[in-house]
Design a protein around this ligand. Structure first.
Ligand code: ZN
Length: 389
């Protein structure tokens, strides 16, 4: 503990992660990131007794061992002192988590009586999962769509029947409508990809191609934090603006989901791409490692897609981005289920340009010159995608 009178927080020495009182998942270690002011760079920075390197920007990163419960960090740099308390969760007890066994037949004893249910969310919120908690999509249902469904006892899920298959929706997506006749189990699923091209636009000039650029997060949703406490939402916006400018320079028509510090609802972003019938959707993010992973070990650049249409775009874009970031490991294009990328109709990808929770990644990501380089690479990647055989 610190003696009375020693300041616990000082502007000359700051910790961006963990935040005061923050609860982090069970782990044996965590990263600590923060920054020291120029006045503090001539004296060693000590984090819990260990001397810690300070990057030229004043940012630092340390890995410290932790134990379940309240942990305290002690940092000193010359006369500056800082204490930070945070909580590490208890490890889960073995066997405390039971996987949900999906309902696969109509006579499963967990099923309630089938009644009519009506969807209440937007197209991409009404995602019928093949199994609960799975990121995949069996179907997307438009709003006000009525289908056969039944509560699954002991769970928070509603089993629904469509196309003769059983899928699952969370109760928030549905309203029970018992006065409506129960639809049949093999009611056909609507096809949200109808009227959308299945191939990238080919043989057309960029001026005929419309692209929606999505700066990730925004408003109260800050995204990841860098050592100086800067927010991912802000670097996403400046990188996305650079991408917009590069795409426009290449002749494309470009829209943005946000061009300020607002937060368009997550599902409104793919919905805008769908409603506007754009040719491509590009979400711009920056990464951070989970608390127990050293970001120096995991730092990489990647572009995600959630389906085959998106993967063609992601692959072309990622190839060009990796070429301009030779110092960062290229994890290639990857497939992962993201709300903004699951759009079955519009080719969609999500770029994780770099990691911002380490000093080098923070410095590089906020560099306007690097942002321009990445932006030009994205524009070139989109052109490659359009001309790929
Ligand atoms: Zn993000």
């Amino acid at each position: 503990m610190f003696a009375a009178g020693i300041p616990l927080v000082s502007a000359a020495l700051s910790v961006a992660f963990p935040a005061e009182g923050q609860k982090i998942p069970a782990a044996e270690r965590t990263y600590v990131i923060g920054a020291v002011a120029a006045s503090c760079t001539n004296t060693p920075l000590i984090v819990n007794g260990a001397t810690t390197d300070v990057w030229r920007t004043g940012a630092f990163l340390a890995m410290v061992p932790v134990t379940p419960g309240t942990n305290t960090l002690h940092l000193t740099c010359g006369k500056q002192r800082l204490a930070r308390r945070f909580v590490v969760a208890e490890p889960p007890k073995p066997g405390s988590w039971k996987p949900f066994k999906p309902v696969t037949s109509d006579d499963d004893p967990r099923l309630g009586k089938p009644v009519a249910w009506r969807t209440r969310g937007t197209l991409f919120m009404n995602r019928v999962r093949p199994v609960p908690d799975d990121g995949d999509a069996l179907y997307y249902l438009p709003p006000q769509f009525t289908l056969r469904g039944a509560e699954v006892k002991g769970t928070d899920w509603i089993a629904v029947w469509i196309d003769g298959k059983i899928g699952f929706l969370p109760p928030a997506s549905l309203v029970k409508t018992p006065l409506v006749p129960v639809p049949s189990a093999d009611q056909p699923a609507p096809d949200p990809t109808a009227c959308f091209p299945s191939e990238p636009p080919r043989g057309v000039p960029p001026s005929a191609v419309r692209i929606l650029v999505d700066p990730g997060h925004g408003g109260a949703d800050t995204g990841a934090r860098s050592p100086h406490g800067w927010c991912e939402k802000d670097v996403n916006l400046s990188q996305a603006r650079a991408i917009r400018d590069a795409l426009k320079k290449a002749g494309f028509q470009v829209m943005m989901t946000r061009d300020d510090d607002s937060f368009p609802a997550l599902y409104s972003r793919p919905k805008l791409a769908y409603d506007e019938h754009v040719d491509a959707f590009i979400s711009v993010h920056h990464n951070a490692s989970p608390a127990h992973r050293d970001p120096r070990e995991v730092r990489h650049t990647t572009t995600y897609a959630s389906n085959a249409r998106g993967l063609a775009l992601a692959s072309a874009v990622q190839k060009r981005i990796a070429a301009v970031l030779p110092d960062i490991k290229d994890a290639g294009p990857q497939t992962k289920s993201f709300a903004v990328c699951r759009n079955p109709a519009v080719p969609s990808c999500l770029i994780e340009v770099d990691f911002i929770n380490l000093p080098e990644g923070e410095e590089a990501s906020w560099d306007p010159e690097r942002q321009k380089k990445v932006a030009a690479a994205v524009a070139q990647g989109v052109l490659d995608w359009m001309s790929a055989k």
